[in-house]
Structures are given as C-alpha cells and as structure tokens.
Design a protein around this ligand. Structure first.
Ligand SMILES: C[S@@+](CC[C@H](N)C(=O)[O-])C[C@H]1O[C@@H](n2cnc3c(N)ncnc32)[C@H](O)[C@@H]1O
Length: 240
C-alpha cells in the first residue's frame, strides 16, 4: 500500500497565512461536508513531483478529457500549472487556456514555468473566493483537479462556472475517492460520489460522463442542466 510522504502532508496541511492573498475564510461546511483549507503556494512543489504521473496517471486523465485543438478551456485552481501547460499543448496556438487561481504566487510560478517553455496561449487570471472571473458562455471545458473541495464559497463559484460554459461546455471534476481506503490522502481532501452529485445537481448541473480508470481519483463530467448534451446515470464506485 502507498503511504503519505511528508511533502504530501505539508501541502495538505498548509493554510494561507499571507494576508495579501485573496483567500477569504468562508463557511466551514457545505451541504453536510467540511470544506478543506486552501493549499498554500509554499507546498506547490508537491504538485509537480516526479511521482505524480505514476501515482495519479495524469496522462490518462488528459486523454479522457478529449480536448481538441482551437478549444477554449480553463484550468480552475491551476496552482503552478501542472495541467495548464499540458492543456496549452492540446488546444494548440489557436486555442487558449484560462488559468485561474486565487493565490497570485501560484500564477507567478505558472507564468515562470510557461516562459521557459515558450507557451503563449495562456490567460493567467486572478480569481476570488467567490468568482473565477471568467467570460460568459465562452468555455468548452473547465478542469477542476483537487480544488473543488477547497472552495470556501462553493455556491458562488458554481454559479459562475455554470455561467462561463457554452451550451455544450463541460466541467471535468477530479477529486480523490472518499469511498476508497487505499487512496493515501487525508479524508478532508477526498469526496464521495454521493456528495458530489448532491452539490452539483443542486447548483444547476447534470452528469454527462464519468471516467473511473484513475488510480486515486473520481472523474465526473458535468454540463449545464439546459445543455443539449445527454444526461447519463452515475455508475457507483465499487472497490476492486
Ligand atoms: C491542491 S491545489 C491543485 C492545483 C492544480 N489543480 C493541480 O492539480 O496541480 C488547489 C489550488 O486551488 C486554488 N484554489 C482554491 N480555491 C480557489 C478558488 N476559489 N478559485 C481559484 N483557485 C482556488 C488554490 O490556491 C490552489 O492553488
């Protein structure tokens, strides 16, 4: 069985101490779930650790997103840009990636990494605890990896995420599996399928896809409840 590394614990336990960051302390619970604290930028190295691909099969996730050249996508809660830079490649020079975070330091880490790789199709954007500051009806895919459970104001955020999607736009929600005791992540940073469905359905989303082949994470695809995309039934997680 895999064990937590000290850096993992550091990253998960860190709180936002810097008053200049735009992190507000919101409600501690949402629909019965305890909200986790924001991961501090000082723990950002954990996000680009060498073992991440092996532990989380990140390439598999990227393939499952079915991102196409020229699309407009958003990496919401992008951190230092582990997924942002990969998305930038997938959409190509004629597409664009909105990279949103509430910690300016994370955006600086991302833009430094982008500069050394000559990536030019990014829109780094400072969000707030209540809004990702995205344009209306403009986005094909919003990727949320290991961040939704940290939103201090989930309802406000979901309202704006819904508003930024075009009618066939999707949200890819990626969260560590709460149902799975083998996932070596603290319970506060995991989510169950049941809780996710409760929160997203209550906020105007329907399930349009699911990907269950990652070692540690659930992947849900949601669309606006008025989207022409077909709704699917949830396939309940079963421990292998
Ligand atoms: C655990 S990190 C994950 C980073 C990235 N998604 C990844 O997987 O590499 C969570 C990130 O979400 C950001 N975050 C938390 N709440 C946010 C909000 N309301 N809007 C935008 N970003 C937020 C944090 O600042 C942090 O950089």
């Amino acid at each position: 069985m895999l064990v937590l590394l000290p850096t993992t614990i550091l990253a998960q336990e860190a709180t936002v101490a810097n008053k200049e960051t735009v992190v507000e302390l919101g409600p501690k619970r949402y629909m019965g779930r305890r909200i986790a604290q924001t991961m501090h930028y000082l723990g950002a190295e954990w996000l680009t650790r060498d073992s991440r691909e092996k532990e989380e099969a990140c390439s598999k996730l990227l393939a499952a997103l079915e991102v196409k050249p020229r699309q407009t996508v958003c990496d919401l809660g992008c951190g230092n840009g582990y997924y942002t830079l990969r998305l930038a490649k997938l959409v190509g020079p004629q597409g664009s990636v909105w990279a949103v975070d509430i910690q300016p330091e994370m955006l600086k880490l991302l833009t430094d990494r982008a500069a050394t790789r000559n990536v030019t199709n990014l829109k780094p954007t400072l969000g707030t605890a209540t809004s990702p500051n995205l344009p209306a009806e403009a986005i094909d895919l919003v990727l949320l990896v290991d961040v939704y459970h940290e939103f201090s104001h989930p309802e406000d955020m979901l309202e704006d995420v819904r508003a930024c999607l075009n009618p066939t736009g999707r949200v890819a929600l990626v969260e560590y599996r709460e149902e799975d005791p083998d996932v070596p992540i603290k319970p506060l940073h995991k989510m169950s399928q049941r809780q996710v469905m409760k929160e997203y359905e209550a906020n105007g989303f329907k399930l349009v896809g699911q990907f269950d082949e990652l070692p540690w994470q659930h992947v849900f695809f949601f669309a606006r409840d008025d989207s022409p995309l077909e709704e699917v039934e949830l396939n309940p997680w079963r421990q292998p």
